[in-house]
Design a protein around this ligand. Structure first.
Ligand code: SF4
Length: 98
């Protein structure tokens, strides 16, 4: 997702975006973000293709952490819905801990 480098800064922890230069998806953002008009089947097909690329990406861990802060697209081998589920779980866990 190097195309999105510098798009937003989520604080010092994630300010280093140099890992994006090693991304396996460079030049393939059309697979990782929908165009807003695709039907459900098209989304599933696009996401499957993106997730295949993520499987062999050398910066998947960094991308996963970064992508948890962003609601759209495939990041770190997770779809939008998967990351939303993870975020919801994190919020529930935090609320239990407080
Ligand atoms: S993990 Fe996937 S979305 Fe993230 S940089 Fe690698 S290929 Fe791109």
């Amino acid at each position: 997702m190097r195309e999105f480098r510098g798009l937003w800064n989520q604080g010092e922890k994630l300010a280093d975006q140099t890992w994006m230069d090693k991304a396996a998806c460079i030049g393939m953002s059309h697979l990782f973000l929908g165009n807003g008009n695709e039907a459900g089947k098209e989304t599933t097909k696009r996401e499957k293709a993106a997730l295949l690329i993520c499987q062999s990406c050398p910066v998947r861990k960094e991308c996963y952490e970064y992508g948890l802060l962003y609601p759209y697209g495939v990041w770190g081998g997770k779809t939008e819905k998967e990351r939303q589920t993870i975020r919801n779980r994190q919020v529930r866990t935090k609320n239990v801990d407080d």
